[in-house]
Design a protein around this ligand. Structure first.
Ligand SMILES: Cc1cc2nc3c(=O)[nH]c(=O)nc-3n(C[C@H](O)[C@H](O)[C@H](O)COP(=O)(O)OP(=O)(O)OC[C@H]3O[C@@H](n4cnc5c(N)ncnc54)[C@H](O)[C@@H]3O)c2cc1C
Length: 401
């Protein structure tokens, strides 16, 4: 599908990267995605292919062995990949957030140590804020780090780690009251720890257990896990940025670029749903003509395509704003909110166009139908986006006097 979701003003290098990724998606991802998803199988061959393409280092600076590309390039690649299979974009996303956080906030030693191997895809990142008792309300985190000599001892339980099993580096946000007076605001007493571990399940490092995969309704293939810390000892030089009390801000910075990424995923899934809908509508006949010739179906297609265009434009705008060095929380929140809502609606319409066949596992739309809801939740629910958008609007449009 070339007419929709065009991006103007791309450099030759960006166009080349995107065309390579699109080709990879069409040849290596789309043909196998639904089968692997139904088996909840990790797409190792696809991941190896992405490593070869350099996608794990797309935004990591060239001095660390990455491609040093912009957030826009990254987001457009994610859009293409999600068009093929959303789970694959999930495999890259947490890695990208951790690499971004290291690049922005890491000490020089941490950057030198992790980034080159992350760019090569040898070290793979996951990030962990959520706990069994909280997701939206990050300030309520109960996992705790206590300083003992030149180490920290971590205890607590984390929930919903995308790539929890396959990753070898987890950025974990915990409460660390050390060094901060009693009664310090919650967001000022949190610290991000860089925790290295073996991939897999069970005790993957003394004091650190990844119990197993959470069985999900969709977004299969990529592993999502819990993480349990029992007297887990982490050296002080693995505090992100070397300073405690900065974790909340570091994570929020990571999640902000992650929101553009989720918007891009919404765009990709919606594009694929549109492609499936417009194709099916021209092949299925009722009452003597293709259903695409019934005005009710044409209207659906018109609405779907309009939503694909609008979401893409907002996602590109949010990415470009960040790349220009400006604050983009408003645009990222809007793009994430709109793209995920539209994605769900476009997928729903494509599903309806398929009639009964949409309910059959033989048709790709069945997978998309189970994937789209995840985007309403990940990197902050719709309600949380609206809180961010609302707060920012009131800052911008404050009535004087
Ligand atoms: C497949 C999957 C992968 C994930 N991967 C990760 C990951 O890699 N790392 C990670 O840290 N987390 C991850 N998460 C967790 C995700 O970020 C949280 O699920 C999400 O932030 C919502 O939190 P919650 O589930 O605790 O819902 P809650 O916070 O309990 O919210 C429940 C409902 O209440 C609403 N709500 C909450 N507060 C308010 C309010 N103030 N005003 C109005 N409405 C409100 C919410 O919008 C929602 O509708 C993942 C989740 C899923 C499903």
């Amino acid at each position: 599908m070339s007419r929709l979701a065009q991006t103007h003003g791309l450099t030759e290098i960006q166009q080349e990267i995107l065309s390579t990724v699109r080709d990879f998606v069409d040849k290596e991802i789309i043909p196998v995605a639904t089968e692997l998803e139904h088996r909840d199988e990790y797409p190792q061959d696809i991941v190896d292919g992405l490593k070869e393409l350099g996608l794990f280092g797309l935004m990591i600076p060239e001095e660390y062995g990455g491609l040093g590309e912009s957030l826009l390039t990254y987001a457009l690649c994610v859009e293409e990949i999600a068009r093929g299979w959303m789970s694959v974009s999930g495999i890259i996303n947490t890695h990208f957030i951790v690499a971004y956080m290291l690049k922005q906030h890491g000490t020089q030693e941490q950057k030198d140590y992790f980034l080159p191997r992350m760019a090569a895809g040898e070290v793979r990142g996951a990030f962990s804020m959520s706990e069994p008792g909280l997701g939206s309300d990050v300030s309520a985190i109960t996992s705790k780090a206590v300083k003992e000599g030149d180490e920290y001892v971590l205890n607590g339980q984390k929930m919903w780690l995308t790539n929890g099993g396959t990753s070898t580096l987890v950025a974990v946000l915990v409460r660390s009251d050390e060094g901060h007076p009693e009664g310090t605001a919650a967001h000022k007493s949190m610290t991000t720890f860089l925790i290295e571990k073996e991939p897999g399940f069970g005790e993957v490092r003394p004091g650190l257990t990844i119990p197993g995969k959470i069985d999900k309704m969709g977004y299969k293939g990529v592993d999502t896990t819990e993480l349990i810390m029992q007297d887990l000892r982490i050296p002080a030089n693995r505090v992100l940025g070397g300073e405690t009390g900065r974790g909340f801000y570091q994570m929020m910075d990571g999640v902000e670029v992650g929101r553009v990424n989720v918007a891009a995923r919404g765009c990709g899934v919606a594009q694929r749903a549109f492609e499936l809908g417009v194709s099916y509508a021209q092949q299925r006949h009722t009452f003597g003509k293709p259903i695409a010739q019934h005005q009710a179906i044409q209207f659906k297609l018109a609405e779907m395509a309009t939503k694909v265009e609008a979401a893409h434009a907002m996602m590109v705008n949010a990415a470009r704003k960040k790349d220009s060095g400006e604050r983009n929380d408003l645009e990222a929140g809007m793009a994430k909110y709109l793209a995920s809502e539209y994605c769900k609606e476009v997928v729903e319409d494509a599903f309806r166009i398929h009639g009964g066949y949409g309910f059959s596992k033989e048709y790709e739309i069945e997978r998309l139908y189970r994937e789209a809801p995840m985007l309403l939740i990940g990197e902050g629910t719709a309600e949380i986006q609206k809180m961010i958008i609302g707060r920012r609007l009131l800052e911008e449009y404050r009535v004087q006097g």
